[in-house]
Every structure is written in C-alpha cells, then in structure tokens.
Design a protein around this ligand. Sequence first.
Ligand SMILES: *Cc1c(COP(=O)(O)O)cnc(C)c1O
Length: 406
Amino acid sequence: MLDISHIRSQFPILQQSVNGTPIVYLDNAATTHNPQAVIDASTRYYTELNSNIHRGVHYLSRAATEAHEAARTTIAKHLNAAHDHEVIFTSGTTDGINLVANCLSRSGKVQAGDRILISGLEHHSNIVPWQFLCQDTGAELDIIPITDSGEWDLTALDSLITERTKVVAVSHISNALGTINPIEQVIKKAKSVGAITLIDGAQSAAHCPINVQTLGADFYAFSGHKCYSTTGTGILWGREDILNELPPYRGGGEMIKRVTFENTTFNELPFKFEAGTPNIEGGIALAAAFDWINATGLDAITAHEDHLLKIATDEISQIDNINIYGTSANKAAVLSFNIDGIHHYDLGTLMDQMGVAVRTGHHCCQPLMQRFGITGTVRASFAAYNSEQEVEALIKAIKKSAMMLG
Ligand SMILES: *Cc1c(COP(=O)(O)O)cnc(C)c1O
C-alpha cells in the first residue's frame, strides 16, 4: 500500500489551490507532475553540470557527459535493454515514432503495395507519421477495428497481418479509453510474417514494468513528461540490429563520424540518431524519475491507480445519463465519459471552476471519436499521487456540474 500523503508531499505543484480549493489534478494521461527528486536532478544539472556533452575536454563537459550517459544506463536497465546504445534520447513519443517512420521511408524496406498496420484507437502521433510513410512509399494503411467496449477486434487478425505487412505500430495503452491492448498477441503474429513492430508506450512506461527483451517488439517509444519527468524528453528503444540497418534520421553534429563536402560517414549507435545538442537535463531528470518510480514501487503505484479507477468507475456508473467509453476488463487508470445532452467542454469547464482538472475533447484520437460517433469526452486519469478524496471530489464535481447544465 502506498502512503499517499507522503507521496503527495513530494510534489510541490500539488500544494496549491485553484479557485479557492486545493487542486485536484486528474489530467495525468496528458502530463504527470514532477516529484522533488526529479526537480532536484534538473536543478542540480543547471547549478553544477550544465555544459555541452561528448566533445569537451574540460571538467564540466566531462561531468555532464558522464551524468547523461549514466542516465542512459539507468533507463536501459529499467527497460531491460540488451545494450545501453539501444536507448535513443528523443524529444518525446511523437519524435520517436517520426524517427522510425522517416528512417523506414528512406531505408527501402517499405515498398509500393506493402501494408502498414495500426489500430483504430491510436493517438494522432501514431497515425500521421505512418500516413507520411505511405505517401512517400506507396504503401497502404490497415486498421485494427475497435469493439463497442473499446478493445481491439482481432477476429480477422490473419487477414490484417499478412506477408505484405511490413510494419505494425500500435499503442500499449489507449490514452483516450485506458484499454490495455493485447500487444503480445499482435507482436507474435507480426513477427511470424517478418514485419517490423513499434509499440507506442506513452501511457504504459509509467504504468507497468517494461521488459523490451521478452516483449519481442523492435521499437518502444515513450515520453518523459508522462513518467513524472519533464517535457521535451523521450526515449526510443530500438533493437540493435534494426537500428544498425536504418539510415540516420536528422543530419547535424554528433551523428557523424567524418564530414567532407563530398561525403559524410555516420557515427555509431546511439549517436547516429542523436543529431545536435540533446535535452541533456531532460535525460538526467527522466532517469531520476525512474529511480523515483522504482523506489516508490511500480507494482504499488499500479495497484493504487487500479483501485482509484475501480471506485471512480463504480460511482460514476450511478450517475444518470452517463456514458462511459472504454469498458474493457483490462484497463489502466483512464476514465472517459459523457453525459447525455451536455457538451464535454461545458462539463470540463464547470468542473475546473470547482478545482477539478480533467481533459475534454478528442484526446488526439479523432478517428476513435468517430468510431463512437462523438466529438470528444471528458477524461479523468489517475496517477500515483491521486487520492480517494480526489475521486470523491471528481464525482461531486460531475454531479454538481451536470445539475447546473442539465
Ligand atoms: C501523449 C501520447 C502520445 C504523444 O506524446 P508526446 O509526448 O506528445 O510526444 C502518443 N501516444 C499516446 C498513447 C499518448 O498518450
């Protein structure tokens, strides 16, 4: 069991009030807050280490390089990567997916007539880069259909993944519905036809243990800011052999071995994919965030979030005219809903006035919203620091707002 008041005391941002009431922050699927340990790691970087990395002969540059590479090692261990150099620092999930799609596009591995498989509940950042790849190569997109409960419909998996399928890119956990997708089954099928697999782990990296070696996918992408760390940082884990086969992504400093005006040769992993000065502090902060998650206990965090989801779901189901989107038995701590006759935006706006922060709208999943015939939902999403009292505040705010708007 987590000591929630102890956890909350480690998050300075939660100590403030909004509209005269203590902030109830339930927008964790959009971004999570930073514990003091992560803020301290960022501050320490800027107060003691700040310097450009890798090429410096001086003390600060060496110290910053060491801290940055130590962060890579911490993250590689957390993911159980076979090699530290399989961990590539990016600016976030979006950046990681674009890297893979762009490099695949220029690799010659995807040809006209090939198929790319995604699912119907993907975030726009796991849709649009693949549309670019299709435009560039003449490949075509296939979509795993979504059931009424917000799960993948895999009854036709054998026709969705065929010998023509070259890439399968799917999310581990849906940010809009919370569904935990059966990625293992899809990865296995994809591998049987030799397709390259990418998992969008934006919602899962801080929710469940990730073991990239047993998972069997080729790429796993996530964002630091959804793992109790800072914005503008992310990780793309990639399997060494495939990373070596891909061309570099962006051109610039750090990613080269030797440049002449006639010809350039490229650096080895991971630097081949890390052109330019990275977010050095962000990488260090992300490692501190995983240290914090592991010290707090990932299993305990997940159990706590599941408990909050359960009591919130039980209580919200009692509210008149409520529609919950995403009713899978296998869900992470995301609760998406609408009330008949009330616009999600109006509901969310009133709830904010009562100090409850939720997200409203399409959650960057417009095709999924179309699947359910809606323009958006109200979404509450829970993290380690949320409490049962906050679930009560959520339910009260929904009821009061619905009454005012109804
Ligand atoms: C947040 C999110 C993304 C995009 O992450 P960025 O940090 O904005 O790059 C992609 N996929 C899912 C499932 C997400 O939740």
